[in-house]
Design a protein around this ligand. Sequence first.
Ligand SMILES: Cc1cc2nc3c(=O)[nH]c(=O)nc-3n(C[C@H](O)[C@H](O)[C@H](O)COP(=O)(O)OP(=O)(O)OC[C@H]3O[C@@H](n4cnc5c(N)ncnc54)[C@H](O)[C@@H]3O)c2cc1C
Ligand SMILES: NC(=O)c1ccc[n+]([C@@H]2O[C@H](COP(=O)([O-])OP(=O)(O)OC[C@H]3O[C@@H](n4cnc5c(N)ncnc54)[C@H](OP(=O)(O)O)[C@@H]3O)[C@@H](O)[C@H]2O)c1
Ligand SMILES: Cc1cc2nc3c(=O)[nH]c(=O)nc-3n(C[C@H](O)[C@H](O)[C@H](O)COP(=O)(O)O)c2cc1C
Ligand SMILES: *[C@@H]1O[C@H](CO)[C@@H](O)[C@H](O)[C@H]1NC(C)=O
Ligand SMILES: *[C@@H]1O[C@H](CO)[C@@H](O)[C@H](O)[C@H]1NC(C)=O
Ligand SMILES: *[C@@H]1O[C@H](CO)[C@@H](O)[C@H](O)[C@H]1NC(C)=O
Length: 727
Amino acid sequence: MASSDAVVLVLGLVLASLYLFRDQLFSSSIKPKTTTPPVKEANGHGNPRDFVAKMVAGKKRLVIFYGSQTGTAEEYAIRIAKEAKSKFGLASLVCDPEEYDFDNLDQIPDDCAAIFVMATYGEGEPTDNAVQLMQNLSDESFEFSKGEHKLDGLKYVIFGLGNRTYEHYNVISKQVDEHLTKMGAARIGLRGEGDDDKSMEEDYLEWKDGMWDAFARVMNVEEGQGGDTADFAVSEIEDSLPAEKVYRGELSARALTRSKGIHDAKNPYAAPISVSRELFQNTHTRNCVHVELNIEGSGITYQHGDHVGVWPSNPDLEVERLLCALGLSEKRDTVIGIESLDPALAKVPFPVPTTYATVLRHYIDISAVAGRQILGVLAKFGPTPSAEAYLRNLNTHKEEYHVAVAEGCLKLGELLQLAAGDDIRATPTTANTTAWKIPFDIIVSSIPRLQPRFYSISSSPKLNPNSIHVTCVVLKYDSAGSQIPPRSIFGVGSNFLLNLKYAASGETPLISADTGSNGTLFPSYAIEGPRGAHHEGSIYKVPVHVRRSTFRLPTNPKSPIIMIGPGTGVAPFRGFVQERVALARRSIEKNGPDALNDWGNIYLFYGCRRSSEDFLYREEWPEYVSELQGKFTLRSAFSREPPYKPDGGKIYVQDLIWQDRTQVADAILNGKGYVYICGDAKNMAKSVEETLARILGEAKGGSAEVEGAAEMKQLKERSRLMLDVWS
Ligand SMILES: Cc1cc2nc3c(=O)[nH]c(=O)nc-3n(C[C@H](O)[C@H](O)[C@H](O)COP(=O)(O)OP(=O)(O)OC[C@H]3O[C@@H](n4cnc5c(N)ncnc54)[C@H](O)[C@@H]3O)c2cc1C
Ligand SMILES: NC(=O)c1ccc[n+]([C@@H]2O[C@H](COP(=O)([O-])OP(=O)(O)OC[C@H]3O[C@@H](n4cnc5c(N)ncnc54)[C@H](OP(=O)(O)O)[C@@H]3O)[C@@H](O)[C@H]2O)c1
Ligand SMILES: Cc1cc2nc3c(=O)[nH]c(=O)nc-3n(C[C@H](O)[C@H](O)[C@H](O)COP(=O)(O)O)c2cc1C
Ligand SMILES: *[C@@H]1O[C@H](CO)[C@@H](O)[C@H](O)[C@H]1NC(C)=O
Ligand SMILES: *[C@@H]1O[C@H](CO)[C@@H](O)[C@H](O)[C@H]1NC(C)=O
Ligand SMILES: *[C@@H]1O[C@H](CO)[C@@H](O)[C@H](O)[C@H]1NC(C)=O
């Protein structure tokens, strides 16, 4: 893209991008402007066809040329650039060779490399955009200042694209390789060759690992080390923009302008919470919230088994902490514009213009445990040598990082405070938090976007056409690690929902119950949303979107169903059972009271700790049993109350399945039944699968490992065994 290196962000550009946003769903790629004031090239003065100057100006150690006709080679060039960035923190200049001159190919700095990604056409001809490059490389009289070994010292990588059914397979990449070698340049790794007809992707994958290994050695770079090149230019916008043009946490242009449109992941719907309640009884240490989202009039539809994405914001404390640690507390509401310096490689990950505080609260994930790589990037901004050394040490020592940061669950803001010697327990203020002078563009490029949290929808649209139900267990656990005493860690999305539940139901949190161990404060959030848009009277709203899944019941009710969902894993099965209840009502209305006689059995294996405590929807199941006229059986395992196993061990869902193995095997093998597992991926789902394999293996007169495993494989292939699990 011609203007991809524009570095000077002028107000005009911001206004132009606003214009683009006006009628476009949120998209951060800002197209090259023709209407804006002239934009200076990255090299400031020189010749726009001088790629070496651009590399130097943009601190880019790689230049990637693609010879591409229909875009495949260009795609691979961009992929290579992204991998170089994520692996080694190296920035690339991705170039259409047509737009550059090659007479200074010999002037690429020593710590840099050139990468060629070249397709072959016709009778072994270059793509149109590589004609000049090929001419220059093959031209014997092509003179570089170095004379004899013209390209001594140039390091290059080459990947060719071709199609083996052509006679002149991949000849262009071979020619480029030969010319460069002849002129004294040194290839890094092997020459890659991709066959578009069969195996381009595999050819690429097979080639790239060896190439990157060689690359790391030759370039003297190490994986996991972030670089220091900017992906973005951040500018503070002094001139006052109309307030309604500035994003304050809105997730899309439509949300900002409050205009109608389709609701999806790009434009979440602020759904009013119509019902919210606590599902656990007699427990002051754990919460599980049931939330009903009103989707009436939104155009959103869903099916049983779908997921709903909930878009949380970061808790107040972490927003405040990072604002102070970045020295941005006073500038929190300053409007900023952000421009990608290379839109092909890095898109501005959230809508702009916005403010510092908005970015930290709504758009980036500041609540996750700080990654090791970012510590290396940020170390050099340490306010003191000891703060710098503190981060460097954690960045380079995996073990220490693991104990202190990963196990200690330290967020970025906390880590900056600790490194500077601040007290992380204190309420952060500018007076007592050391400010780091970290350029904001580095924050934008090194902290990922705040992601939606997904929940298995726990209702059926047949019983609840206007609402989506969520069953969310609230995540709270204690940190480990030896450096600082354990603290309560609160999951971002689930505590956001808990906050909303307190507000929507008019309760105030029970401070004693909801204070974490060691007095850690229960997190609070700006649940009223951007400009208060998520709060009207007593109604609170939450941005959501629906993600389709394939976790579905068979259409024919004659097929038996076995559902296994302990804990919150029961969520989608409440939807499944409601789906069958709706069908039963209709069938009985149409065909009379015997309509369910030929239905298959519906088994639900549920497990929780205690029948009196965390038994989810305990009051609803008997109603479903009666409406489904005995076709529905709920089996529950209460792990922390009697009965226990003879050896005192806990009884889990898999133990109940084993007890019922005759019926289970019959339903699956003879009834062509369907099996569904939902919930914890790490332990539960594995144990349940093992138990099922054992049951099926034995029923087939063989073993779990052979006949059982084969049966399980076949069930999965036929979509008769489906999983909806998470860890
Ligand atoms: C397809 C799908 C369906 C889901 N359905 C449901 C559902 O129906 N109901 C439901 O409640 N949840 C469901 N989840 C989980 C849900 O999406 C969230 O992950 C969950 O609510 C926690 O999010 P959070 O933002 O509160 O926690 P986060 O702030 O995202 O923290 C979660 C992270 O904390 C860490 N962590 C968690 N526990 C510990 C621990 N004990 N020790 C150390 N670190 C820990 C892990 O790294 C974990 O990734 C589902 C997930 C998926 C992928
Ligand atoms: N990674 C893990 O180790 C793990 C384990 C459970 C849940 N989770 C996750 O934690 C979140 C909250 O879960 P939740 O509160 O809904 O569930 P939960 O209450 O923690 O667990 C529900 C029931 O499952 C039991 N259980 C524990 N381990 C099991 C296993 N290996 N096989 C079968 N049953 C088992 C529990 O028993 P006891 O607690 O009495 O042992 C409890 O009775 C979920 O996201 C889930 O994925 C993770
Ligand atoms: C008209 C045509 C001619 C081609 N000629 C050759 C050829 O001679 N040798 C070869 O290896 N591949 C040949 N290919 C395959 C392309 O190089 C291959 O599809 C490549 O992935 C295209 O990359 P691009 O999308 O970047 O242009 C040809 C493809 C087309 C469409
Ligand atoms: C490279 O090739 C182009 C097109 O043939 C030509 O105009 C240009 O002068 C060549 N450059 C050099 C340095 O020879
Ligand atoms: C490869 O070339 C053959 C012969 O021209 C053609 O049929 C085939 O579609 C090509 N493959 C791709 C992926 O373009
Ligand atoms: C920092 O300042 C706040 C507000 O003045 C105060 O509540 C907190 O205790 C102070 N912390 C320290 C370590 O001084």
